[in-house]
Ligand binder design. Structure first.
Ligand code: CUA
Length: 314
């Protein structure tokens, strides 16, 4: 509705309209009260000005008025709180099903990996009408993945994963910005999200060379790094079997339980001593410096596939 109004970016995701509605509501409420208070100020200063003869009667406290001007703003802000909390949770809750894309930010570019093994830099092609889930990390400093047309924005932090999701509702090319100052060329750390009809997206995939998909690439790494030596199921195993564990609660030697998610897997690869699973010894060496952020994401994709049944455990 605001396409021609350049202050408003195009709205092209399932949540964009809902975010805009809150914004518009806040603007309307603000304008209403600014108008009301300014008008009262003007009218009273003219009407009760000195020299006009009739000084106003002094009022000393009014319970009814106090309640009124406390209750009305309270109700308005509670309404805004409830409404925006609902939208916030819906925007932040990553759906369980969707197309998973890995994002690595580095000074000063975005590297993206499709589940099919296609890789892109500063550009991401996605199909319309499908949830896209981004798992993101940084190789150096904090960046921030921001797509104004989708009304989504999330910090991309070194040393951990953050997630963001969107579902595009309109085909087109949309801006991707880095929204966290990250050094000299921060302003050039830009890209585009290209939303295609599902059939056009398939054609795009077919027309572009794909490398190994993340699960296959992870499997190769898993073999080359000899992870299976300790992590394969069987007697005398030195590390926990990884099949079927992703997403589950894992009991640690110190009695804690930890959820086996992307961040847990990443930390276990880089700082294996930080979590020792119950029943195992501190044997695993760190793989810090031997695997890049992209490779850790591939290893995790493979480990995840051992639990989702995309791949048979071996
Ligand atoms: Cu990356 Cu600013």
């Amino acid at each position: 509705m605001f396409e021609d109004f350049s202050f408003f970016p195009e709205a092209a995701s399932t949540v964009a309209g809902r975010v805009d509605a809150i914004y518009l509501f806040l603007v309307v409420v603000t304008i209403f009260f600014v108008g009301l208070i300014s008008a009262a100020l003007l009218i009273f200063s003219v009407r009760y000005r000195r020299g006009r003869g009739h000084a106003p009667e002094q009022v000393h406290g009014s319970i009814a008025l106090e309640i009124l001007w406390s209750a009305i703003p309270l109700l308005i802000v509670l309404f805004v709180f409830g409404w925006s909390a609902k939208v916030f949770f819906d925007v932040r809750t990553v759906p369980t099903e969707g197309m998973e894309v890995f994002v690595t930010g580095k000074q000063w570019m975005w590297k993206l990996q499709h589940p099919t093994g296609h890789r892109e830099i500063n550009s991401l092609h996605v199909p319309k009408g499908q949830a896209v889930i981004l798992t993101m990390t940084s190789e150096d400093v904090i960046h921030d993945f921001y797509v104004p047309a989708f009304r989504v924005k999330q910090d991309v932090v070194p040393g951990m994963y953050s997630q963001l999701w969107f579902e595009a509702t309109k085909t087109g090319t949309y801006h991707l910005f880095c929204a966290e100052y990250c050094g000299t060329k921060h302003s050039q750390m830009i890209g585009e999200i290209v939303v295609l009809e599902p059939a056009a997206y398939e054609a795009w995939l077919a027309g572009n060379p794909a490398g190994r998909n993340p699960v296959e690439a992870g499997k190769v790494l898993f073999e080359n790094l000899r992870c299976a030596t300790c992590h394969a199921a069987g007697s005398g195993q030195r590390g926990p079997d990884l099949a079927g564990r992703f997403g589950e609660q894992v009991r640690m030697r110190d009695g804690q339980t930890v959820i086996f998610d992307e961040n847990y897997a990443r930390q276990s690869i880089l700082e294996p001593k930080s979590h020792i699973v119950a029943g195992f010894e501190e044997l695993m060496p760190t793989y810090e410096g031997q695997v890049s952020e992209d490779e850790i994401l591939q290893l995790i994709a493979y480990i995840k596939s051992l639990s989702t049944g995309d791949e048979e455990p071996k």
